[in-house]
Each structure stands twice: as structure tokens, then as C-alpha cells.
Design a protein around this ligand. Structure first.
Ligand code: ADP
Ligand code: MG
Length: 554
């Protein structure tokens, strides 16, 4: 009596499935952590929705994930009693790609060479669709909490899927059952020994208990207790525990460079476990991208859309758990909560001081952090006035004297020439281009270091950072480089030197020929080899910023 309907996958899903199945990704185990992660997410969503609608979980059963294996039938089943999906939600979640960053990921994947593909897939985490790496048919049977209908989604991963209504008696009372019909070369995923090992390794910190059963009628054994890692004492947590937790919370599978784990007790009580990733998230440069810290209240997941960190720390992943908010806090309340504002401040401080400590004690790790996230951190120099000095202290630069290694502003100050009153920089799109700029000639000749800035954000922050320890930032392309005050070999120290008659004649010629196109023509000490160069006026935008504004049609 139930009518089955066939739907075609969205084009992007077909592409993703095709790439996944054909890129011979060796570490197929990941499908299991993805499915368990979805089951746990579904339990957390139920916990959250039932705060305002207690009837959704009125049966009182605690959240649970059950994995059932059948070697003969070659099946692996993962069942949860979480929020479940109705028909529309299935079509939306299992036929399209919603996850942000997935499109960027696929573009990178298509451009990558064969060997790199596997690597990328592993880094990204591939979600539900990864089940088709091991199964030639997947059934998803689900009943949404509080609804009277149950649905079955089924596909072989080759372009289309079917959806059909089923008797509620055939579905879990609430939640989702995912049935994998394993391919012959993936039979091992029906063996208890293999599956138990993978779950322990990859999903040990899922905040929902996981049980496993491999014989009809046998008592399931508990593989993981679902206790939250962050409430344990640091001394009880191994690096492996931390790394596993990071993988789950971030959906990234690299090795994090550092973690910041602490409990604050004072005006506000909260626990934070945050990580500095070991690779760049795919959507890092997305300007709309906010942070991804997860907010928990008394260990109940609330949202990952509370702005728990400033934008310039959006690469940090982790959780904040606090008992100081009501469980039924609404989105609007989250936006305006003074408690969260205080927590955000506290967590930001702790992360920045952890970075400072790292910069002092573990320079090598810090330079990795800076390579990956420096351009993002620099946004804070103009976004966060209060912490500008702290961020400038963390910042690392290439310069005319750094070869290979990077320099801090403290290094710069200690190398300043006598009489030098500013920190000089030049910005552009590549180091090579900057190094060969005629603007640098006079500075080189005087032995004055110039910072070489090549990140997009470098066109903005120096104009917003009036000084570092009393020294202003000054673009070498801007106005008169007051080289004369600096003593040293090379160049010329004459101040208001009279231009020779020939030079005077040239200046008059240039002024009359270029007219309105330019502001002025001046004799300068900034060049030692080239004859002329263009500079911006003392108070206007610097050359690089001028170019950007022109490019933007201004
Ligand atoms: P992600 O988990 O990053 O959103 P996935 O591909 O893993 O991406 O899952 C896609 C979507 O399918 C989920 O966001 C969720 O809406 C839905 N989903 C998958 N598994 C379950 C489940 N066990 N219970 C409820 N919804 C699920
Ligand atoms: Mg998922």
C-alpha cells in the first residue's frame, strides 16, 4: 500500500559519491566514525529540542547508540534514539549537500592528484555519504521524535534514492537506524573485533554511550560510556584522548598543534576545551565564517552558533560548557547574554596567552601556528583595539633582513638604526616583487629594515595600528621617507639639498607634462639606483591600498 518514490541526487552529491568511491581511499574505517558522529548529533539535537518540548522525550529513555553486526548477512546497523528524520528532512539531508565548506572541498579534491585525494578525504571527514565506500546499498529507517509516521530511504549510491513510508512497527520508536549492506571486500566491518577496535579508537569520546552486539539475542556490550572528556582532570587525559576529542568536535582529522583546557571559577563558572588545528579548515577565508566553538549548558549541547570567540580566532575549535545559563536559552538571549560576553572575553584571553607562552617556549610550534593562521590573527589588529598590543607582539614578519626565518616586532625594534623613528613596511602581493622594489633602495643603503607584507589584510591593519611601543608604522611608499635623520653609510645625508639645474629642469618638465595626474615631483633620498619612483601622499591611502581601491572600481 505504501508508494515508493524515486529521487535523483543533487548533482554535487553524485559528484562527491563518484569521487569517494573511485579515489581508492585506503582508510575506509572513517565511515564508522561519521555514522556514529551523526547518531550522537541526533541525540544531542533531541536533548536540546526536548528542553522546550519535553513530550519529545517523554519515554525517558537515555540517549544511546547501538551497533549491530551480522557476519552472515554481511550487514552493519547503527541505531540511535535521537531526533530522527521525517520525509522532508531525509530528502534535504540525504540528497543534497548542506554542510558549509563542502563545495570548496570538492573543488580542491577535483584539482588534487590521485595520491593527495585520499589525504584530503581523510582530512575533511566525508559525512553520511562515506558509507558508500563500504556498502553497495544503504537503508535509512527513521521516525522523527513526536511524529506518527516512519520512512525508509534506500540507495545504491549511483545517482538516485528511493523513499517509502513504512509501518511504524518496523522503525525505531524514535530515532534512526542506518543499515549498511557491506560489499564483499568490506566484509570485515561485520566482525565484532574490527568494529569494536575502530569505535574505541575513533569514537571513544562521543558524548553518548555506545553498545555493540554481534549475535541475535545476545546481551550488547558497552564499548564507550559517553562521559564528557572536558570534565575529567587533565592528569586523567592522554594526548590520544585529546586528539580523538578534537577530531570529533572539529570534524577535522589532523593533529592539533595545541589545546587550551581550563575551568574558570569566579564571577562565572565555565569549562573550556579549545584546540589550535594542525591544518587550515576549508572555509577559513570565507568572510561570513564565524567561529565554530560549541556551547554546552551543564553538558547539554546548545548550539555552535553562539559567538564564543572573536572572528580573528575563528580557526579555533572546541567547546565551552557552563552551568550559568538556563538550558532553555533562546537564540536572542544568546546574542545578548552578558554571561556569554564575559565568557568570550575570558576564553579569548586564555587562548592569546597560551599563544604567547608558545611563542616564547615552543617557537617552532608557534611558527606553524603563524604560517597557518597568521593572516587571520592579523585581522584582530584592527578589529580588537583592546588586544592590539598583544596581537602585534605575536605577529611575525618577513623583512629585508629576515632570510627564511620570520621576525617579531621586538626583533625589529632591537635592530633599529640610530635616529630611526618609525617601523617601515612595504605591502604588495609577492615577496619577490617587494624585494625588487625601487622604493627600498634608500632603506637598504642605510641599513634600515623594512617589513615585507604580502597578506591581503596587510593593506588594512598598518593604517589602524598607530604604533608599537611608541613607534609608528610607516609605509615606504608614503610621503617623504625621512631617511635623512638616520645616520649610516650610503645614501646622502644632505637635508634640503639644492637640486642641480639639470634636475630642476627635469622637475619642471615632469610637473608640466603630468599636470593633474600627480600631486608633486620631489627630489628624494629614497633611491640609490633607480631614477624615479611613484609614491603616495603622506596622508592618503598607501600605494597597495590605492591599487586595491582602484581594482574595486573606486
Ligand atoms: P553533517 O553531519 O556534517 O551535517 P552528514 O553527511 O554526516 O553531514 O549528515 C548529513 C545530515 O543528515 C545531518 O546534518 C543530519 O541532518 C542528517 N542525519 C544523518 N544521520 C542522522 C541520524 N542518525 N539522525 C538524524 N539525522 C541524521
Ligand atoms: Mg556528520
Amino acid at each position: 500500500e505504501w508508494q515508493s518514490e524515486q529521487h535523483v541526487f543533487e548533482a554535487d552529491v553524485s559528484r562527491l559519491l563518484h569521487m569517494m568511491v573511485h579515489s581508492v581511499y585506503s582508510d575506509k574505517d572513517v565511515f564508522l566514525r561519521e555514522l556514529i558522529s551523526n547518531a550522537a548529533d541526533a541525540c544531542e539535537k533531541l536533548r536540546y529540542e526536548s528542553i522546550s518540548k519535553p513530550q519529545l522525550a517523554s519515554d525517558g529513555t537515555p540517549p544511546a547508540i547501538l551497533v549491530t553486526l551480522n557476519e552472515e548477512a554481511q550487514t552493519l546497523v547503527i541505531e540511535d534514539n535521537g531526533i530522527g528524520m521525517n520525509r522532508e528532512e531525509m530528502i534535504d539531508a540525504l540528497g543534497t549537500i548542506a554542510r558549509s565548506g563542502t563545495k570548496a572541498f570538492m573543488e580542491r579534491l577535483e584539482a588534487a592528484k590521485a595520491g593527495e585525494k585520499a589525504e584530503l578525504i581523510g582530512q575533511f571527514g566525508v559525512g553520511f555519504y562515506s558509507s558508500f565506500m563500504v556498502a553497495d546499498r544503504v537503508d535509512v529507517i527513521s521516525r522523527r521524535a513526536g511524529e506518527g509516521e516512519a520512512w525508509k530511504w534506500s540507495s545504491d549510491g549511483k545517482g538516485s534514492y528511493d523513499i517509502v513510508g513504512i509501518d511504524v512497527g518496523q522503525a525505531p520508536a524514535r530515532g534512526t537506524r542506518v543499515v549498511l549492506h557491506l560489499m564483499d571486500d568490506a566484509k570485515k566491518y561485520a566482525s565484532k573485533w574490527t568494529v569494536e577496535k575502530i569505535i574505541r579508537e575513533q569514537s571513544g569520546h562521543v558524548p553518548v554511550p555506545i553498545r555493540l552486539v554481534d549475535k541475535e539475542g545476545a546481551e550488547p556490550s558497552q564499548v564507550s560510556d559517553g562521559a564528557a572528556l572536558w570534565i575529567k582532570q587533565k592528569s586523567e587525559i592522554s594526548k590520544q584522548d585529546y586528539d580523538d576529542f578534537y577530531h570529533r568536535v572539529s570534524g577535522q582529522y589532523d593533529e592539533p598543534l595545541a589545546n587550551v583546557h581550563f575551568r574558570a571559577e569566579g564571577r562565572h563558572e565555565y569549562t573550556t576545551l579549545a584546540f589550535i588545528p594542525g591544518s587550515q579548515p576549508f572555509d577559513l577565508i570565507d568572510p561570513d565564517r564565524q567561529g565554530r566553538m560549541k556551547l554546552y549548558v551543564k553538558r547539554v549541547f546548545i548550539t555552535d552558533e553562539a559567538d564564543l570567540l572573536p572572528r580573528y580566532l575563528r580557526f579555533v575549535r572546541g567547546i565551552v560548557d557552563t552551568p550559568d545559563l538556563p538550558l532553555n536559552i533562546s537564540r536572542e538571549m544568546i546574542q545578548e547574554s552578558p554571561v556569554l560576553a564575559a565568557i568570550k572575553k575570558g576564553v579569548t584571553s586564555r587562548i592569546l596567552s597560551a599563544l604567547e607562552k608558545m611563542a616564547e617556549g615552543e617557537a617552532e610550534t608557534f611558527s606553524k601556528v603563524w604560517d597557518l593562521f597568521g593572516p587571520i590573527l592579523k585581522e584582530g589588529i584592527y578589529d580588537d583595539f583592546e588586544r592590539r598590543a598583544q596581537l602585534l607582539k605575536l605577529a611575525r614578519f618577513r623583512s629585508t633582513v629576515s632570510d627564511g626565518a620570520t621576525r617579531s616586532l621586538a626583533d625589529y625594534l632591537s635592530g633599529m638604526r640610530e635616529g630611526q623613528s618609525a617601523i617601515y613596511y612595504i605591502s604588495g602581493s609577492s615577496l619577490d616583487q617587494l624585494r625588487s622594489s625601487p622604493q627600498l633602495e634608500g632603506f637598504r643603503a642605510k641599513g634600515i629594515e623594512v617589513l615585507l607584507l604580502t597578506d591581503g589584510v596587510d593593506s588594512f591593519w598598518p593604517t589602524h595600528a598607530p604604533d608599537f611601543e611608541g613607534k609608528p608604522f610607516k609605509s615606504v611608499t608614503q610621503g617623504l621617507a625621512d631617511l635623512n635623520a638616520v645616520t649610516g653609510e650610503g645614501g646622502t645625508d644632505e637635508g634640503d639639498r639644492q637640486a642641480s639645474p639639470e634636475v630642476k629642469a627635469f622637475i619642471d618638465f615632469a610637473r608640466s607634462t603630468l599636470g593633474e595626474e600627480i600631486g608633486d615631483v620631489r627630489v628624494s633620498d629614497r633611491l640609490t639606483e633607480s631614477a624615479v619612483c611613484l609614491v603616495a601622499s603622506e596622508h592618503g591611502p598607501d600605494r597597495q591600498l590605492e591599487k586595491l581601491l582602484q581594482g574595486a572600481g573606486r
